[in-house]
Design a protein around this ligand. Structure first.
Ligand SMILES: [Zn+2]
Length: 133
């Protein structure tokens, strides 16, 4: 549909090009993206590479196709992953984004509790120090 500008379903030529597709999450709206295994940091963990998707949409029947603007990046990421000798895991991992988000919230809660305990301990120490005088 992107090249022919003709809908493959209804054959209409009324096609909208490069329509932004958004995804909503706790952080607000963002571009819907492919999430691919990116570069490995210090040989320890791999940061995901996000490639935004853009839609071509038929204005007659609503059929939509999604494209990433940089397919060359997909090929280079695939070659890098293969060179690292790791399995090419393009499919979603076992830990979905909701589980990751829950784990992130739990980590923030633990940090907040530790910070509160630290501040409380400092207040107690200051009270003892001023009372000792
Ligand atoms: Zn159509």
């Amino acid at each position: 549909m992107r090249e022919s500008r003709t809908c493959p379903k209804c054959h209409s030529t009324d096609v909208l090009e490069r329509v932004r597709v958004i995804d909503r999450s706790e952080g607000g709206a963002r571009d819907l993206s492919l999430s691919l295994p990116g570069t490995t940091v210090a040989g320890l963990f791999r940061l995901p590479k996000q490639l935004p998707l853009t839609a071509w949409v038929c204005a007659n029947c609503g059929y939509a196709e999604l494209y990433t603007a940089e397919p060359a990046q997909i090929r280079s990421l695939r070659e890098r992953v293969a060179a690292e000798g790791r399995a090419t895991a393009w499919e979603a991992s076992g830990m979905d984004s909701e589980a990751r988000s829950r784990a992130g919230r739990l980590a923030m809660l633990v940090l907040a509790v530790l910070l509160a305990l630290g501040v409380g301990l400092m207040i107690v120490l200051l009270l003892f120090a001023t009372a000792a005088k």
